[in-house]
Design a protein around this ligand. Structure first.
Ligand SMILES: Nc1ncnc2c1ncn2[C@@H]1O[C@H](COP(=O)(O)OP(=O)(O)OP(=O)(O)O)[C@@H](O)[C@H]1O
Ligand SMILES: [Mg+2]
Length: 473
């Protein structure tokens, strides 16, 4: 999907008001009916309908006319709301070229009024998690797309909170600047992903720096869980910067040690296979791989406080963490299944994504107002959480079924030839066991969800009330 920010210029205040009304309506409705959009936007004489025509034309909303008649946001519509809020806060003045296409995000260069350049990451959870067509159809056919928006918002919130905390504690991460909805604004790192490098002037030093980073994170109570050549940027001086944090977990996670070891093995495999540097043969290295137990014990002995305590106060709360983790665990199951089916390359610890640098530059100088966004932030997100939890559970169940069809799961293959690979196959089974429990929970949640629908009418009333508060837009 192309993010054509030129459109921002042509959208009126009323268009944004209606776009915001659709977002608000989606807190309780999968598809937002026209009367509710009318009521929330408060535009008279068919004004909302006229704006919807413009929004449809620019693909910012989608019209659903089959089962229900109504509208929902597209990812681009959500992008525009986030970008407009960041413009209103004075952090963005223009959106430039796309610099990264992650599995579940798009990254753009953006500028502020002073001409400084930053990176804007727009999370798109669900974009590639469901490579199996059937589970995709099952999922999307029955569940709200707002769940995706909600999960993407959680991923951004978590990423921003972790990036900020890690930066404050001296970890080499991009400086976290701002967060709105599914967007994270951060420092633009002057470097390239390690995966693009084939030769290093000082491979042992870079390898040691990576291992040290994994150990230091654990000593601060955290495991990255996606620590690999795709998520390490390297500059001219061969200094590393760590990116991409939505999947980080605490060292108190039940599979912490295996997740830690997996991060370590990913780096060993990359250096063996792609750089041609074999740490296991380098006698000058003080240690080849850090030990999880040692890192945790060292932290305990030093009385170092875990970052998880600080993160608890960041706005990314326990319920958010639970919702997001449920989704990420589900994705992991699917990724394992893909590995089994041979779709994963041997390139590294992830699929290799092509860096598509499609230019799309313009000034995003649309007039802005922050009132709408503030009101939206005030609106509770409990129904989103319920919908997302039930949706994630349904997706996991569908993926588990697809996985069974593929004939069971095993772990990844061997990593470093001269070493016993970390056995992560049991992790797959653990996840499977958890799936059974989660499916039971999902059934219970579905009952709750039904009950919550009964109160959604009352919530609509609340939304209308909020709408009257929006009169001073
Ligand atoms: N702060 C930044 N500065 C410069 N480039 C960045 C920055 N953040 C991300 N990128 C670029 O965007 C790419 C994808 O970023 P990131 O890993 O955060 O996204 P992702 O969706 O999680 O990707 P994946 O799922 O493939 O790991 C990176 O490989 C890098 O090239
Ligand atoms: Mg990444």
């Amino acid at each position: 999907m192309k993010l054509d920010v030129n459109v921002l210029r042509y959208l009126s205040k009323e268009d944004f008001r209606v776009l915001t009304a659709v977002e608000m309506g989606q807190k309780n409705h999968e598809i937002v009916p026209m009367p509710l959009i009318d009521s929330i936007s408060g535009l008279k004489h068919g004004g909302a309908f006229r704006c919807l025509k413009t929004l449809l034309q620019h693909k910012l909303v989608h019209h659903e006319g089959q089962k229900y008649d109504g509208y929902r946001l597209t990812y681009m519509g959500y992008d525009f709301l986030a970008i407009k809020a960041l413009v209103a806060r004075g952090h963005i003045a223009g959106v430039g070229r796309q610099i990264g296409v992650g599995k579940e995000s798009d990254i753009f260069e953006v500028t502020n009024d002073e001409g400084e350049v930053f990176a804007l990451k727009l999370h798109r959870l669900g974009r590639t998690s469901f490579r199996d067509v059937k589970s995709k159809r099952d999922y999307l056919g029955t569940r709200s797309n707002y769940s995706w928006l909600y999960l993407s918002r959680l991923a951004a919130l978590k990423e921003f909170a972790f990036m900020k905390a890690l930066g404050d504690h001296g970890f080499p991460v991009p400086v976290a600047i701002d967060n709105n909805r599914h967007a994270v604004l951060m420092e633009l790192v002057d470097g390239q992903p390690l995966v693009q490098v084939r030769e290093l002037a000082h491979p042992a030093a870079v390898y040691s720096a990576a291992m040290d980073l994994i150990a230091r994170l654990a000593a601060r109570g955290l495991i990255h869980c996606d620590f690999n050549e795709f998520n390490l940027l390297i500059d001219e001086e061969e200094t590393l910067t760590l990116i991409d944090f939505p999947q980080m977990v605490s060292v108190s996670h039940p599979n912490a040690e295996e997740l830690f070891d997996r991060d370590v093995e990913c780096i060993i495999r990359f250096f063996n296979k792609k750089i041609g540097y074999m740490p296991q043969l380098d006698e000058s290295l003080p240690s080849i791989r850090p030990s999880f137990q040692a890192a945790v014990a060292e932290a305990a002995a030093a009385g170092a406080s875990g970052l998880d305590v600080e993160l608890a106060a960041s706005g990314f709360n326990k319920n958010h963490a639970k919702d997001l983790q449920a989704f990420l665990d589900g994705s992991e199951v699917q990724d394992d299944a893909d590995d089994q089916a041979g779709s994963d390359s041997e390139e590294g610890c992830e699929d290799e994504d092509e860096d598509d640098s499609e230019p799309s530059s313009s000034d995003a100088d649309a007039a802005s107002d922050s009132g709408s966004e503030q009101l939206l932030d005030e609106a509770g997100d409990l129904p989103d959480a319920q919908a997302a939890a039930a949706a994630a559970a349904a997706a996991r169940a569908a993926r588990a079924a697809a996985r069974q069809q593929q004939g069971g799961v095993d772990g990844e293959g061997s990593i470093a030839p001269s070493r016993a690979p970390t056995d992560i196959s049991f992790m797959g089974r653990e996840v499977q066991q958890r799936l059974v429990q989660q499916r039971q929970k999902a059934a219970a949640r579905a009952v709750n969800l039904k009950a919550s629908r009964n109160v959604s009418k009352a919530k609509d009333k609340k939304a209308r009330k909020t709408a009257s508060a929006m009169a001073d837009w």
